[in-house]
Design a protein around this ligand. Structure first.
Ligand SMILES: [Zn+2]
Length: 257
């Protein structure tokens, strides 16, 4: 299994560090929004930064890249249709990233909606999905439509159920409050909330999640479930939603929760 560690940035961002199977002191950083905590982590743990993956252009995900690259000559892989500082390898849907000397291989998925060109990196039984899929939640629709987000989330949900899900933020506990407001009888979500609350009191990281767990607890992957439909009907006073409409109503509900 892939070894992944992290540095925290800002209030709740994660900078994921993918350790190279060929040499675990070499790491690929995902979404380094701030160079400082990452440089500290690299120094404290004697790690060498050898590449950067960026999922989307938001500053809290790419703000550290220029500083990190000023001191090193390393490849930066980012979405082809967005502006990422120091990007050397613009990538999009279906592109394969082979870092053979590190023993790493990832495939790129286009998952737009949070931003117009948002991408994910998947490989080695893991997915790094930025601000599109969160544990028990999903990203806000800043540059895309509900229809795009439904497609993007479906693409992620089609990954192997054991896939480990590395999201861009520690939002799990907050998301579960909303998930259980919508779907209070969901026993998987009840148990997951208890587990996450215990972890949060010790400021532990609740991630990675898995695709299997998200399918059980994430209301945004369960828009068509009877429980979520019933809650949406009660909340909106409307019925007969299609999937996209149901998703849009659920996202709007969460935005004001
Ligand atoms: Zn973002």
């Amino acid at each position: 299994m892939l070894k992944v560690s992290f540095a925290r940035a800002f209030r709740d961002n994660y900078i994921w560090l993918i350790h190279a199977p060929a040499d675990s002191r070499k790491v690929v950083a995902v979404d380094p929004g701030d160079a400082k905590p990452l440089e500290k982590k690299l120094a404290d743990s004697s790690l060498e930064l050898v590449a950067i993956f960026a999922t989307h252009h938001h500053l809290d995900h790419v703000g550290g890249i220029a500083a990190l690259c000023a001191a090193r000559e390393i490849p930066v892989f980012g979405p082809a249709t967005e502006t990422v500082p120091s990007c050397t390898h613009p990538v999009g849907q279906g592109d394969d990233i082979e870092l053979a000397e590190l023993g790493l291989a990832f495939r790129v998925l286009d998952i737009p909606a949070h931003t117009a060109g948002h991408i994910a990196f998947t490989g080695h039984g893991a997915v790094f999905c930025g601000d599109t899929l969160f544990s028990a939640g999903c990203g806000r629709l800043f540059e895309g439509t509900a229809a795009q987000m439904v497609t993007s989330l479906s693409l992620l949900a089609e990954l192997d159920e054991a896939t480990q899900v590395y999201c861009g933020h520690e939002y799990t506990a907050d998301n579960l409050r909303f998930a259980l407001h919508v779907d209070p009888q969901n026993q998987d979500a009840v148990e997951y909330q208890a587990q996450c609350r215990a972890m949060m009191t010790e400021r532990q990281c609740t991630l990675p999640s898995t695709i299997a767990l998200e399918k059980r607890v994430n209301p945004f992957l369960r828009c068509d479930s009877p429980a979520v439909r019933a809650a949406l009907e009660r909340h909106t006073g409307k019925s007969g939603f299609g999937t996209i409409e149901a998703f849009a109503e659920l996202r709007a509900w969460k935005d004001t929760f």
